[in-house]
Design a protein around this ligand. Structure first.
Ligand code: IFM
Length: 456
């Protein structure tokens, strides 16, 4: 059931939020840059994955994407024109080390990000840099990828180079984006690169990614005077399908892998014992100091919030005998994700209550709808506008509850390459015509800008 946009939402303004609140948009390298053969960039696992028919719904790839590699000044102008004060982007590891590691980084790759960061600073945009948003160098995957310990070492060398090079200007560092997706979408579900389908591998990947996060923190702190470091987790509020003891227990198990598997070790509690004991042989191999490394204190917690999940007991199904079920009659985006601003309040309240984390930044939140370009070129995306408005209202509620949230980054500045969905799913506040690469601000982007500029 979809509600039409109405004027029933209470008026709220940017001035309802603290003056030092960070307002931004998020992007990632593979999804927007294109230029995959330029200036010494090496192959990434996504280049390889996209080349296999059947992996990407529209058989596309990020080879050109938004051509941000060449059009970045225009894109940063756009971010500035919205009235944002921060901009989240990621570095493509294969632009820095084409083979994933080596004695000499690729200067042209470093220069690109250096120009990009200068461009942000020139426009009053605080750079928020993500080191890993899924584009692993293929050469490392050929040696076993994140399932191998040696990839941790390669990541730390890469972290050292990038933080030395940009640390004078970039003060906000995100080690990993959504480790759950890196591990499980890519190595268990096979829906993302590298396309593997082993639960055991996914758990090892997950562990190694978390260790690499923890070990990267002191490196960034050493290289970045006044640096702030955190990770961006994809978290979900969960509800049992029914009140039955079986569904309630299933929800707890699902939560164990979806949320607690990350939140617990990051907050010094180790992996959740209730899930660990269900893993048997699939449990990851650990070294003595790993849990201490993962628990290295951070300066902030990044949360990417999209949707809640409803969970039912499912004997024999999946590794934890759980199943995500569809709630009937709820509002959904074109992806089928439930629209639930209340879920964001529930999730953040729970995280703060259970973990008392460092300050929180909502590092992603956004929606995809089937946009229509009108004859006059306008994109009247009332649903995305309403999604944004409702989530910002929820954010106001979150602040009224005194939860320590310090910033919000909309996903995304531009329509872009949405992984296995290719260009079918548009998340941008800006429409991109992928034939001409023309950018055009949607109604949602115009609203965000009016809100940020105090013109509502
Ligand atoms: O596009 C992705 C992004 O790369 C990671 N978080 C979710 C977004 C929407 O699916």
């Amino acid at each position: 059931m979809r509600k039409p946009i109405t004027e029933d939402l209470p008026l709220f303004r940017r001035s309802d939020f603290p003056p030092d609140f960070r307002w931004g948009c998020s992007t990632s390298s593979y999804q927007i840059e294109g230029g995959i053969h330029e200036d010494g960039r090496g192959e990434s696992i996504w280049d390889r994955f996209c080349a296999t028919p059947g992996h990407i719904r529209d058989a596309s790839s990020g080879a050109v994407a938004c051509d941000h590699y060449h059009r970045w000044p225009q894109d940063l102008d756009l971010a500035q024109s919205l009235g944002t004060n921060a901009y989240r982007f990621s570095v493509a590891w294969p632009r820095i080390f084409a083979q994933g590691r080596g004695r000499k980084p690729n200067q042209k790759g470093l220069d690109f990000y250096s120009r990009l960061v200068d461009g942000m600073l020139d426009r009053g945009l605080e750079p928020w840099l993500t080191l890993y948003h899924w584009d692993l160098p293929q050469a490392l995957q050929d040696q076993g990828g994140w399932a191998e310990r040696s990839t941790i070492d390669a990541f730390l060398d890469y972290t050292d180079v990038v933080s030395r090079h940009l640390g004078d200007r970039v003060k906000h560092w995100i080690t990993h984006n959504e480790p759950w997706c890196t591990a499980f979408n890519g190595n268990f579900e096979g829906a993302h690169a590298p396309g593997l389908t082993s639960f055991k591998t996914a758990l090892q990947v997950c562990h190694n990614v978390l260790v690499s996060h923890g070990l990267a923190i002191p490196i960034i702190r050493r290289n970045v005077f006044g640096g702030q470091v955190g990770a961006a987790l994809s978290l979900h509020p969960l509800k049992p399908a029914t009140d039955s003891a079986a569904d309630v227990a299933a929800t707890r198990r699902h939560d164990g892998l979806r949320n607690r598997w990350f939140l617990d070790p990051l907050h010094g509690r180790g992996y959740p014992a209730d899930v660990w004991q269900l893993l048997g042989d699939n449990a990851p191999r650990m070294q003595a100091d790993d849990l201490a490394s993962i628990a290295t204190p951070t300066d902030f917690l990044g949360i990417n919030y999209y949707f809640p999940e409803i969970v039912a007991d499912a004997p024999g199904q999946g590794p934890l005998a759980t199943r995500v079920v569809e709630a009937p009659d709820v509002e959904r985006t074109a992806f089928g994700w439930e629209v639930s601003p209340e879920g964001m309040v529930t999730l953040l309240s729970r995280v703060v209550k259970d973990y008392q984390p460092a300050p929180i930044y909502l590092t992603e939140n956004g929606s995809t709808y089937d946009d229509v370009v009108a004859a006059d070129g306008s994109i009247n995306d009332v649903e995305r506008r309403r999604y944004l408005q409702r989530h910002l209202l929820a954010l106001r509620e979150i602040l009224a509850l005194d939860l320590p949230v310090k910033g919000y980054f909309a996903w995304s500045l531009l329509d872009n390459f949405e992984w296995a969905e290719g260009y079918i799913r548009r998340f941008g506040l800006t429409h991109v015509d992928f034939a001409t690469l023309e950018r055009r601000l949607k109604l949602s982007g115009q609203w965000y800008s009016a809100f940020l500029r105090g013109n509502l």
